[in-house]
Design a protein around this ligand. Structure first.
Ligand code: DUT
Ligand code: MG
Length: 148
């Protein structure tokens, strides 16, 4: 089923590409940097990169902002808060929190693809407080208790 998500290009970003799938069955819409000309991200530093657009999706969806593997592999550039969460009721500009985990400064240029946005269904959940939880074999074991 096709779902329509409204997208609004923000003023001053007429030259910035709107998010786009780069192949027919791609999961993510690639996001383009709406930085002024260039932005240099030094090793170990983070920055919030504007994208020049806002969206409105129907209730029951979220958007996740995920890194691009090529930038991660070649330059150590990733999203610090990956996956970034875009709430269905958010109407502000979508921004990408990048961090440079590489050894070299990385230059972000205007209209460069810096991350991708994947839409996901969010189930309707309500938390119900109880005195005792249902039992399982795992129980409270976690954090590697099954071995390395
Ligand atoms: O990578 C991101 C993450 C978040 N947002 C926007 C959309 C999201 O709906 C809002 C809030 O994000 P989040 O809930 O992750 O941040 P918070 O620190 O909990 O802020 P808030 O108190 O505003 O919810 O910020 C982005 O544009 N990019
Ligand atoms: Mg929040």
């Amino acid at each position: 089923m096709l779902t329509y998500v409204e997208i609004n290009r923000l003023e001053g970003n007429e030259d910035i590409e709107l998010p786009r799938k780069m192949s027919e069955l791609a999961s993510g819409f690639d996001l383009y940097a709406a930085v002024q000309e260039e932005l240099v991200l030094e090793p170990g530093k983070r920055c919030l990169v504007p994208t020049g657009f806002a969206i409105a999706m129907p209730a029951g969806l979220e958007a996740q902002i995920r890194p691009r593997s090529g930038l991660a592999l070649k330059h150590g550039i990733t999203c610090l808060n990956t996956p970034g969460t875009i709430d269905a009721d958010y109407r502000g500009e979508i921004k990408v929190l990048l961090i440079n985990l590489g050894e070299e400064p990385f230059t972000i240029t205007r209209n460069e693809r810096i991350a991708q946005m994947v839409f996901q269904a969010v189930p309707e959940v309500e938390l119900k407080q109880v005195d005792q939880l249902s039992e399982t074999v795992r129980g409270a074991g976690g954090f590697g208790h099954t071995g390395r």
